[in-house]
Design a protein around this ligand. Structure first.
Ligand code: ADP
Ligand code: MG
Length: 607
């Protein structure tokens, strides 16, 4: 735990958690001491809503996948808790055919909540096995189906749920203080998860799943973790909810609840834990006030008529207005401590702790090729993108890969890094056959890459972009890598806000942080001026020297390629047309033909 808190990012997060809980404690104390019964009731509703929205936030906010099904888990928690806590004699009147284990159960608050959370987690683990591999949109649809199935089950499994009549006689154990404790625990869980390694990776996958995979994240697995955690939070929150309402029926776990919880999440800001709590506060307050208006109110001598549907109407309006006016919610991507930071901007930590060694502990043992691709074929429908292309890189070698646009360079990197399966040929990394491995495993075995069209984790900070790919998440390594690529001054900026050149450098930093045995750079100098690309040459050499890795560099800037590379391989129309030292390749008639003969526009320097 001490190690966990050692990173500055996490220390700040703990400050935020403390502030948020302090606000909740103050609010609860004030309402309990000064409020009416009615306002105490509203406070409990708010705290329970905050728990439910935090449960949603962990999945929807952190993975970026919409779920319409989470209220089903709330329902499971509520039913389970009702069956575990209603006095057995009262239970026997309602559901006489219940299995003995449940019929005799008479648990207290804490055991009921714990059992509900665990059972919901288990159910989510089973259901999630099928759902979590789907594409984001398909998964959202499947969660909607889940909601409908759960509702049908709650309505029709009468021997357990008492169908549409619902269950009653649940003890009123959820006091304001209990609800506060629940909300406080959830604030901690949601925030610790968000800042944890798994949480950081799942957020990186939210920004760019392909880049996350290519840099070593098992996207399906981290999403699965978020799914189970958030479902068990919904189960626990549903449990406390049941212990506050005395009686309920299936209609409480359907569209209305889903809609209102999603409204809270959207209004507050779905990527923010603070936003989830704030959204719960705003919407609960509105619902509470409006439901009184809905009953008909008297203002002075004027009596307003009953206005059925006011609550839903206004909440729907609020969603639309908030999506137009503040699509990211009131809090946006900020947390509560960021509001302070405006006044006390954190001083960027200067990087360049030159003593942190970046080289892998296991020295590159292999003498020969660290990466080799043999006779790779790749077709896209009719188009032959690669035909029998081989490539080898030795440890410490810089190989230049050049060729006109469309000659298959990027495709070769995609095959080598496991993003595209080849139609023929093999890929070996450090002597191991990696041809059919998924990209995240290839990355873990020591291959890192950048992308021709920059693929950063746009809404994460520069520091988070780098941390997300590192296993030990060592702040010293992150700081060192950022210093190396002159990114230390912008470490706390969002990647999307960086100028173009810095974005290119961040892509390299992120790949370097993986401490790969082979690094693939796809057009790193694109869009750079001469000065910048000279700087890049120095940086790439430094990477090679320090990591002792092999490099493949694709670029159209032949001046850069000639300066930098030990060997150059030239592709044209999916075939290798030349390979050799810079001098040999520059003198090769086939290369001159490919470049000058057909693609003059691409030559940016004398070959
Ligand atoms: P380079 O990086 O050398 O410019 P690419 O590897 O991007 O070339 O492309 C090689 C050929 O394969 C091009 O004709 C391109 O249109 C085609 N291609 C690349 N990726 C795909 C894809 N995912 N689907 C269909 N065609 C593709
Ligand atoms: Mg390309």
């Amino acid at each position: 735990m001490r190690e966990w808190i050692s990173s500055p990012r996490r220390r700040r997060a703990m400050l935020g958690v403390g502030m948020l809980i302090a606000v909740l404690v103050a609010l609860t104390a004030a309402v309990v001491a000064l409020g009416t019964d009615l306002s105490r009731r509203t406070l409990i509703v708010f705290l329970l809503n905050a728990m439910l929205v935090l449960g949603l936030q962990v999945f929807i906010g952190d993975t970026g996948i919409v779920s319409f099904g989470h209220v089903a888990f709330m329902g499971m928690g509520a039913y389970l808790t009702a069956l575990l806590t209603i006095p057995p004699r009262v239970k026997a009147l309602q559901v006489p055919d219940l299995v003995a284990l449940l019929a005799h159960a008479h648990l207290g608050l804490i055991p009921a909540v714990v059992v509900s959370a665990l059972v919901t987690a288990l159910v989510a683990a089973v259901l999630g096995g099928g759902l979590i591999r789907m594409q984001e949109g398909a998964m959202a649809m499947a969660t909607l189906a889940l909601l409908v199935i759960a509702y049908a089950l709650f309505q029709n499994w009468e021997s357990v749920t008492r169908g549409t009549l619902g269950l009653f006689g649940i003890p009123a154990d959820t006091t304001a203080w209990v609800a506060l404790a629940g909300a406080a625990v959830f604030v901690v869980v949601a925030r610790v998860y968000k800042e944890s390694r798994a949480g950081l990776r799942v957020r990186a996958a939210r920004e760019d799943p392909l880049a996350a995979k290519a840099l070593g994240t098992n996207v399906v697995r981290v999403r699965y973790g978020a799914w189970i955690l958030s479902a068990s939070m919904m189960g626990a929150a549903g449990s406390l909810w049941a212990l506050s309402v005395l009686a309920f029926d299936p209609n409480q776990f359907f569209f209305a609840a889903t809609f209102s919880l999603l409204a809270m999440l959207v209004v507050g800001g779905k990527t923010s834990v603070t936003g989830a709590v704030l959204g719960a506060a705003v919407v609960t307050f509105l619902q509470d006030t409006l439901s009184r208006v809905e009953q008909g109110v008297r203002i002075g001598s004027i009596e307003l008529p009953r206005l059925t549907g006011t609550v839903d109407f206004v909440i729907a309006l609020l969603i639309i207005v908030s999506l137009i006016w503040r699509p990211e919610g009131v809090m946006g991507r900020r947390e509560i401590e960021d509001l302070l930071r405006r006044f006390r901007r954190s001083v960027p930590q200067k990087g360049g702790d030159q003593h942190v060694a970046l080289g892998r502990v296991e020295a590159p043992a292999n003498d020969g090729a660290v990466l080799s691709a043999e006779a790779i074929d790749k077709r896209f429908q009719g188009l032959i993108a690669l035909s029998g292309v081989s490539l080898t890189v030795a440890t410490g070698e810089i190989l230049g890969l050049i060729g006109p646009n469309g000659s298959g360079k990027t495709t070769l990197l995609n095959v080598v890094s496991g993003i595209l399966p080849p139609d023929g040929g093999r890929v070996r990394l450090g002597g191991r056959d990696v041809t059919s491995l998924p990209p995240h495993q290839v990355a873990t075995l020591g291959l890192a890459r950048t992308f021709q069209n920059i693929r950063l984790f746009s809404h994460l900070t520069v520091r988070e972009n780098v941390s997300a790919v590192i296993d030990d998440d060592d702040p010293a390594v992150v700081t060192r890598v950022l210093g190396w690529l002159q990114l230390d001054d912008v470490a706390d900026e969002e990647a999307a806000n960086l100028p173009y050149g810095a974005q290119r450098r961040l892509e390299i930093a992120r790949a370097v942080a993986l401490r790969p045995r082979v690094l693939l750079l796809d057009e790193p100098a694109a869009g750079m001026n001469e000065n910048e690309s000279d700087g890049l040459v120095r940086t790439i050499r430094q990477i090679r020297d320090e990591l002792g890795c092999g490099l493949v560099v694709i670029d159209h800037d032949l001046r850069l390629i000639m300066q930098l590379c030990d060997r150059i391989q030239v592709l044209d129309q999916g075939r290798t047309i030349a390979i050799g030292s810079p001098k040999e390749v520059a003198d090769d008639p086939a290369v001159i033909e490919a470049y000058i003969g057909r693609n003059e526009a691409e030559v940016t320097g004398p070959p």
